[in-house]
Write a protein that binds this ligand. Structure first.
Ligand SMILES: Cc1ncc(COP(=O)(O)O)c(C=O)c1O
Length: 342
């Protein structure tokens, strides 16, 4: 690998900036196990207010936030309705089955789904059938290429779920991107759901950290579940300060990330080594379908020229714009990936 690289594997590869490191160093901290960390307490209250929820809990990862939510809303044997390729089902090491004893049923195709597709999966109450316990939406949807879940579908799905007394969780690891793209406020995006998980370690550039949001009762129980999962926290003000710095300084930059992704896909449109519909690129994730070469060969070739991307199974090459990538980097990376495919 060259010394200078352009890392487009994910929006999790960013390193804390100087300003973020300073904010971390300056954070006033205490032992969160005693409720004594003022920075964490202030941060959790601020994030709860931002999303219009009663309470918030800092957790180390989006995975832990999602898994606590699944446990909160379900009983062993329940079914969870979810979109295809959802992170919770695909990338969390089977945790939902291991920790909560639930199984997933997939609504629709490609990650986004409709009210009718959800309705078809809701089980009638019957001793022989699993109970439908929870409905989940991922917004933006990672494997669907950062697509924003259409708000009219969110409202239709959640209205029906409410009518059927089903719990609702939003995996909002990239809710910031959905907000930046749709212009909808964070509380509007969160409102239809009982619980919401959000990540600060992706587009906002923090080194670690997610938050679970819900009612005060949800969060009180979640604090116990977090402990049971080994997530008892101490001087987390340092981490909350990083997350807060990302919120205050990097949220506004996501539109630039999205513009760079759009520029990248427009540069690839004329390359006959890939297929990609520019209209499908709504935020910062680009899925290219390699048509001539195996994705592993493309990834290896690009790496030799200092551009890091991922092969994602099948013919897919995944490219993700992030805080550490400039306009110039996009031009260079597009050039490298065009050559790598031919
Ligand atoms: C949609 C989505 N949810 C949850 C997660 C889990 O976050 P973490 O890696 O912090 O566990 C990710 C991670 O990429 C994600 O993309």
């Amino acid at each position: 690998m060259r010394a200078m690289t352009i890392d487009l594997r994910s929006d999790t590869v960013t390193k804390p900036t100087e300003g973020m490191r300073r904010a971390m160093a300056d954070a006033i901290v205490g032992d969160d196990g005693y409720g004594d960390d003022p920075t964490a307490n202030k941060f959790e209250a601020r994030i709860a207010a931002l999303f219009g929820k009663e309470a918030a809990l800092f957790v180390p990862s989006g995975t832990m936030a999602n898994q606590i939510a699944i446990r909160l809303h379900t009983k062993p044997g329940d079914e969870v309705i979810i979109g295809e390729g959802a992170h919770c089902m695909h990338y969390e090491s089977g945790a939902a089955a291991a920790l909560s004893g639930v199984q997933f049923v997939i609504a629709g195709k490609g990650g986004l789904y409709t009210r009718a597709e959800m309705e078809a999966l809701v089980r009638p109450i019957d001793l022989y059938l699993p109970r439908t316990g929870l409905v989940m939406i991922e917004n933006t949807h990672n494997r669907a290429g950062g697509r924003v879940f259409p708000q009219n579908d969110v409202l239709a799905i959640t209205e029906l779920a409410r009518a059927k007394n089903l719990a609702l969780h939003l995996d909002g690891a990239r809710i910031w991107n959905a907000h930046a793209k749709s212009g909808l406020s964070l509380d509007v995006l969160a409102k239809p759901f009982d619980t919401v998980s959000v990540c600060f370690s992706k587009g906002l550039g923090a080194p670690v950290g997610s938050v679970l949001l819900g009612t005060s009762e949800h969060i009180e129980i979640s604090r116990r579940y977090r402990k049971q999962l080994g997530g008892g926290m101490r001087q987390i003000g340092i981490l909350c300060a990083a997350a807060e710095y990302g919120l205050d300084n990097h949220l506004k930059l996501l539109v630039d990330d999205h513009a760079r992704a759009a520029r990248f896909v427009s540069l690839m449109a004329s390359c006959d080594g890939y297929k990609c519909d520019p209209k499908s690129v709504e935020t910062n994730i680009i899925n290219l379908e390699a048509t001539k070469k195996h994705p592993d060969d493309i990834v290896a070739q690009a790496l030799k020229e200092g551009v890091l991307v991922n092969a994602e199974g099948g013919s897919r090459v995944r490219v993700v714009t992030n805080l550490g990538v400039s306009d110039k980097d996009i031009e260079v990376a597009a050039d490298v990936l065009r050559r790598a495919a031919s």
